[in-house]
Ligand binder design. Sequence first.
Ligand code: HEM
Length: 520
Amino acid sequence: MATSAVDYALPLLLLSKFPIPPLFAVLLVGVSLLWFAPGGIAWAFSRAAWVIPGPPGVVSALSGTAAHRALAKLSRSLEASKLMAFSVGFSRFIVSSHPETAKEILGSSAFADRPIKESAYELLFHRAMGFAPYGEYWRNLRRISATHLFSPRRISAFGEQRKEIGVHMVGEIQSLMGRDGEVEIKQVLHFGSLNNVMMSVFGKRFDFGEEQGLELEGLVKEGYELLGVFNWSDHLPLLGLLDLQGVRRRCRKLVTRVNLFVGRIIEEHRRRRSTAAAASNVGDFVDVLLDLEENEKEKLSDVDMVAVLWSADGATFAWYQEMIFRGTDTVAILLEWIMARMVLHPDIQTKAQAEIDDVVGESRPVSDADIPNLPYLQSIVKESLRMHPPGPLLSWARLAIHDVNIGDYFVPAGTTAMVNMWAITHDECVWSEPNEFKPERFMEEEMSIMGSDLRLAPFGSGRRVCPGKAMGLATVHLWLAQLLQSFRWMPLGTGVDLSECLKMSLEMKNPLVCRAVPRS
Ligand code: HEM
């Protein structure tokens, strides 16, 4: 439930339970009036009070594991799909569940900032791209990564590595099937995806049965949990002093461990580069940044830029960490959903395999170059992103830098804005049969999912659109093609449970366990 009856009725309950003097009674009535303002208490004092529709009280839905569904239901029930106001503690929120207002919010320069959570701040993510305030510093981060990590040239250069990791995953699935007669695909995808990011960023692959791999996995798991946790201290300043959920303490411990881990890898790179033999062995992102440090320091006039690259304040580490947290699980989680759909819809799976066999044949392994010729496979990915967007609320929200109008409504500076992409992709006014898994719909209508059409924008849109979207898609397409080319995916007796659980991304609540039978 989004906002329980208790949320609404708390002040009345207090009034009825305790006999109080008249002055307090007047005060409490005043507070109740504020509480019952549309959008709740955080909106009651703003210039936009009583304007944008929204539930009274304090919405607790964001702390739940189905926030996207709860907010969608609330917006629908209040006929506030275009814009709904609500309060979380003393923070003012708006949420759009409509392509028009979503486009306005994401495209507006007013919403180019992100609200910074305590966990992100403690993990130094305010110095990394995803949370850095809009401005010169953030622009530099985007520019460096657009050129050196996410450019088409770099993405295609990493094609062989992606393919090798895919082949390795196929081997692992085969041996798990041999051992257990079933496979829990989530772990395989998670480690594959983590190694893919680690190779691109650090040029290093890990064995997750060994000490360093286990350590890395521990760091990633803890960081992912901390970033995903709903921290009441972010919205109730007094609680912040107490750190009741222990988020600050855990973050500080983690930063020390990550700095040690990443520091070791950077040292290895420096040592390797100092030997003559290493001169030709450049390629990963650490090397790119070391090159920038060595060759371009003179040209980098911006003090912040140098700080980003190699200052001791941990900004560089934060950058690496962010790539790992962002790049790993989005890809693995999306692929798990897709495989669940393949198991559930054998007809669709057969059609995709027939397409692969037609284009690739049966004698050679599928590769990046085949993907443009596999439109049905691409449609499966699009349809999965529609039904199971990894960021149903577009992961991380936006913050209004200044006052702005959205639709017919005035939104004051300091308001946090969210887009409920899940609500849009499940709205029958926007999509026909929105609850049916039908990749064919994308064969009939050409549609970009990169952010220009807000009916389906799983990577966000506007200035802060996901910079890793092309890399993420290249990985998902190739690995899906490899998994479908190699195996026939079949259910176990228990079937497939599509229950969801929203953490930092929208995960399957119960991991997919199925059978993968070799096709040849
Ligand atoms: C299926 C894969 C992925 C999905 C669905 C996804 C989704 C998203 C979404 C919804 C946002 C917020 C966009 C907005 O506010 O408009 C975002 C931002 C971001 N993503 Fe991704 N992402 C994926 C893969 C990746 C990968 C592979 C990387 C890097 C290795 C990455 C790095 C980032 C970063 C750094 C940001 C913050 C950008 C900024 O604030 O300037 N993502 N992503």
